[in-house]
Write a protein that binds this ligand. Structure first.
Ligand code: GLN
Length: 453
C-alpha cells in the first residue's frame, strides 16, 4: 500500500483513539498528506526504508511552521521558523510528520501530568499515567496511532515511558544525536532518541537521526553504524553485569522477578551473567536534581515575555513584565526547578551543592567505567514500579523524583541505555527491562535487546 493510504489510516486511527489517550498536542494533517504524496512519488527502496512512514515528534523539538510548546503556557503560540536537526534528518529520509506529542512541561516530570494543556493516559489502562516526560510519544506508539516517535531523555524520559507503555525506547550516548532545535532543559544531560514497537524499528530510527552536526558543538564526529544491519540474536559469550543494588526494597518484587527472568534468558542464550556492585546508585537522584535544575534555571532565563511566547497583560514596568510573564507563563513544577537551581548556583551555596553534585557525577562515571572494563552491558530494571494511577504522585514531588532511581545515573555519565518490554505485572501493566552500554555501543545494545525481544 501507499504512504498516502498509510497516512490516512494513521489519522483515522488517531481520530478514533486520541480523545481517550490524548497523546497529541497538535496534528499536521494537511502537510503530512503532502509529505506522503512526495514519498509515494519518490518510491520505496531498501535504502530509504523510512520513506513514507508516519511518525510523531515530542513537542519540545522545534518544527518549522508547526506550533512547538514544550507543553508550557509560556510557548502556547510559538511557531518556530526552522526545523531541529533531527526533524530535517527525518524529512530527508522521507518520513511523514503526523504531529506533536504531549509531555511534561519543559520535560520536567515523570508522568506527563505537568503539561499545561492536557493529561495523556496510559493506553493499557486509561486510569494510569503513561509516564514521562515523553508520555505522549510513548502512548501514541503503544496505542497504535503511529509506528514510531521521537522523545527526549534528560533523566529517564524516554526509557521510563517506554517501560510503562510496553514498548522500546532508546536514550543514545550523549553526543550521538544533535540537540540543535531541542528546547533545552539540562544541556549536559539532554538527548533525543526514538520510541518504537520493535527493536529493529528503533535501530532504523536512531540510524536516521544520529550523526555529527556542526550546529551542536557537543555532537560527536563519529561514523554512525548501521544499527539495524546485523541484528541476528547472537549474545553467546557476551558478559553481562547484574548490579546487586537493583534488588533493593525500593524496586517492586515483580520487577525484580522480571529482571531475574531476563538474566536467566540471557544465560540460556549463552551469555555470561555475573553479579556486580554499583555503590553510587543511590547518589544519582540528589546529584541529578541539583545539576538538572541548575542548568534549567539558566536555560529558562530566555523566557522573559519579550523575545518568545507568552507576555503578561498586566505589567506597567519592565520588571513587572518579566516577573508577571514568568509567574503566569510557567507551571508549578518548572518554578520549583528554577528555584532549586538558582539556589544551588548562588554564591555561598555553590560549593556545597552544585560543585558537590559535579564531584558525585565523576564518581558515578568511574563506577560505570569499572564495570565496562569487564562487561559488555549492564542488565536491570527500567523503573521501580509499573505505571501508577493518575494523580497518585502529582502532589508529592519527592516521591516523583525517587521514581527516577534507575535511570538518572546513565544521563549523568552520558551512557546509552535502552528499555525493552520484559513481561507484565499481575495487574496487567507492562514491565521494562533496561540494558545500559558503554559509550557509543548502541549497536551492541540493539543486538542484545533484539535477542531478548
Ligand atoms: N523525571 C525526570 C525529571 O523530572 C526526568 C525528566 C527527563 O528525562 N526529561 O527531571
Amino acid at each position: 500500500f501507499s504512504s498516502v493510504e498509510l497516512t490516512k489510516a494513521t489519522f483515522k486511527r488517531i481520530a478514533e483513539t486520541d480523545s481517550k489517550v490524548e497523546a497529541f498536542l497538535s496534528l499536521n494533517e494537511e502537510e503530512a498528506l503532502k509529505q506522503a504524496e512526495a514519498a509515494d512519488a519518490k518510491g520505496y527502496t531498501e535504502e530509504n526504508i523510512l520513506n513514507g512512514i508516519p511518525l510523531g515528534i515530542k513537542d519540545n523539538i522545534v518544527t518549522d511552521g508547526l506550533t512547538t510548546t514544550a507543553a508550557s503556557r509560556i510557548l502556547e503560540d510559538f511557531v518556530p521558523i526552522y526545523d531541529a536537526t533531527v526533524v530535517s534528518k527525518l524529512k530527508e529520509a522521507g518520513a511523514v510528520n503526523v504531529g506533536k506529542l504531549n509531555m511534561d512541561e519543559f520535560a520536567m516530570g515523570g508522568s506527563s501530568e505537568t503539561s499545561y494543556f492536557k493529561t495523556t493516559k496510559n493506553p493499557w489502562d486509561l486510569t494510569k499515567v503513561p509516564g514521562g516526560s515523553s508520555g505522549g510519544s510513548a502512548a501514541a506508539v503503544a496505542s497504535g496511532e503511529i509506528l514510531g516517535s521521537l522523545g527526549t531523555d534528560t533523566g529517564g524520559s524516554i526509557r521510563q515511558p517506554a517501560a510503562f507503555n510496553g514498548i522500546v525506547g532508546m536514550k543514545p550516548t550523549y553526543g550521538r544525536v544533535s540537540r540543535y532545535g531541542l528546547i533545552a532543559f539540562a544541556s549536559s544531560l539532554d538527548q533525543i532518541g526514538p520510541f518504537s514497537r520493535t527493536v529493529k524499528d528503533n535501530a532504523l530510527l536512531l540510524e536516521a537521526i544520529s550523526g555529527y552536526d556542526k550546529k551542536d558543538s557537543t555532537s560527536v564526529k563519529l561514523e554512525v553504524p548501521k544499527f539495524s544491519a546485523n541484528l541476528n540474536g547472537k549474545v553467546a559469550g557476551m558478559k553481562v553485569a547484574l548490579p546487586k543494588e537493583y534488588f533493593q526494597e525500593g524496586v517492586s518484587a515483580e520487577i525484580q522477578e522480571a529482571v531475574r527472568k531476563a538474566a536467566k534468558q540471557y544465560e540460556e542464550m549463552g551469555a555470561i551473567i555475573e553479579e556486580v556492585t554499583l555503590p553510587t546508585l543511590s547518589y544519582g537522584i540528589p546529584a541529578y536534581y541539583i545539576i538538572a535544575s541548575s542548568e534549567a534555571s539558566s536555560n529558562l532565563q530566555r523566557f522573559d515575555g519579550v523575545r518568545y511566547g507568552y507576555r503578561s497583560e498586566n505589567a506597567n514596568t519592565l520588571e513587572e513584565l518579566y516577573v508577571n510573564s514568568r509567574s503566569e507563563g510557567f507551571g508549578l513544577e518548572v518554578k520549583r526547578r528554577i528555584m532549586l537551581g538558582t539556589f544551588s548556583l548562588s554564591a555561598g551555596y555553590y560549593d556545597a551543592h552544585f560543585k558537590k553534585a559535579g564531584q558525585i557525577r565523576t564518581l558515578i562515571k568511574r563506577d560505570f567505567a569499572r564495570i565496562f572494563n569487564e562487561y559488555d552491558f549492564i542488565l536491570g530494571p527500567t523503573t521501580t514500579t509499573t505505571a501508577y494511577g493518575l494523580g497518585e504522585k502529582s502532589d508529592n514531588p519527592l516521591e516523583m523524583y525517587m521514581a527516577d532511581l534507575l535511570t538518572v545515573s546513565t544521563n549523568l555519565a552520558g551512557l546509552p541505555a535502552i528499555s525493552v518490554p520484559g513481561g507484565f505485572a499481575a495487574n496487567g501493566m507492562p514491565i521494562g527491562i533496561q540494558l545500559i552500554g558503554n559509550y557509543f555501543e548502541e549497536e551492541k545494545l540493539y543486538q542484545a535487546a533484539y535477542a531478548f525481544e
